[in-house]
Design a protein around this ligand. Structure first.
Ligand code: CP
Length: 302
């Protein structure tokens, strides 16, 4: 496979392969000496046009653990500030014999556009509100490690789904595994026609959480919407926030997940974020292993 752009074009066998590889890399990451030479001599460039803590750092750690040379470029210090186009930027990075370019950009479809016009392997680290496929892989790995399976699990995604690339990537892949996906969101933050993806829409918080094996909470992605917020942050927190009171309605062993960054006290109370049900830091840990698996999967492919 040349590129890793979307969970829509991944087969179940390819996802299984990546998850299995990630499980092996996870064991290596727990050793005292974590570095292996799988990508020795290869060059990976992280090209980020949007802020990131987890994704950029974990791609850098993943590349270095595999022995690659890793270069980080952010938009604020690149020549895009002087008017250079995204495509020209990528062509110039490719000219320096880069093997894999990891791109985050605020425009949906921008990473696919680049991948169609370059020979280097391209990885989507999040494009606008479209997709975040490696976040999906680490979410699946975290669920599989904790629940022992994916098939048949009930997953509820709550919050700003319309602007969430994480929700989109997860819905595609979770349906591939026969997981039952329920969404609960303000009508202003639920994509029109989303039912066509084969998901259930919950009518209230009780219905959303009561049967869930996994709850994925989403923050309001203000960077992708107009200034006026409907519902307001206070209303969102009251109606769509996960609090200890709401958790009383959920299964005792429900997994609480969040792609980060968390807005504590808005979509998720600190008590829940830091509780035994929370798998949020497990997601972050698994992000390194998953990105090692994706980078090596591409590097070994034609
Ligand atoms: N989950 C995620 O994409 O986090 P960052 O924005 O910090 O990379």
């Amino acid at each position: 496979k040349k590129d890793f752009i979307s969970t829509q074009d991944l087969t179940r066998e390819q996802i299984d392969y990546i998850l299995n590889q990630a499980m092996s890399f996870r064991e290596i990451n727990q050793r005292e000496v974590k570095k292996i030479p799988t990508l020795k001599g290869r060059t990976i460039v992280n090209l980020f046009f949007e802020a990131s803590t987890r994704t950029r750092t974990s791609f850098e750690i993943a590349g270095k653990r595999l022995g690659a040379d890793v270069i980080n470029i952010s938009s604020s210090t690149s020549s895009t500030q002087k008017g250079e186009t995204l495509m020209d930027t990528v062509k110039n990075i490719e000219a320096m014999a880069s093997d894999i370019i990891v791109i985050r950009h605020s425009y949906s479809g921008s990473v696919k556009f680049v991948s169609d016009n370059t020979d280097a392997h391209i990885v989507n680290a999040g494009d606008g509100l479209n997709e975040h496929p490696t976040q999906c892989m680490l979410d699946l790995l975290t669920i599989k490690l904790q629940k022992g399976r994916l098939e048949g699990l009930n997953v509820t995604i709550i919050g700003d789904i319309a602007h969430s690339r994480v929700a989109r990537s997860n819905i595609w892949a979770m349906k591939t595994y026969g997981m039952n996906v329920t969404l609960f969101a303000p009508p202003t933050m639920l994509s029109v026609g989303v039912e066509a993806f084969g998901v259930n829409i919950a009518k209230n918080m009780d219905e959303a959480v009561s049967n869930a094996d996994v709850i994925i909470m989403l923050r309001i992605q203000r960077e992708r919407m107009a200034k006026l917020l409907i519902p307001s942050e206070r209303e969102y927190s009251k109606l769509f926030g996960l609090t200890p009171a709401v958790m009383q309605k959920a299964k005792s062993d429900v997994m609480v997940m969040h792609p980060g960054p968390i807005n504590r006290g808005v979509e998720l109370s600190s008590v829940v974020a830091d509780s035994a049900n929370s798998a949020i830091l497990d997601q972050v840990e698994n992000g390194v292993a998953v990105r090692m698996a994706v980078l090596s999967f591409l590097a070994m492919s034609k």
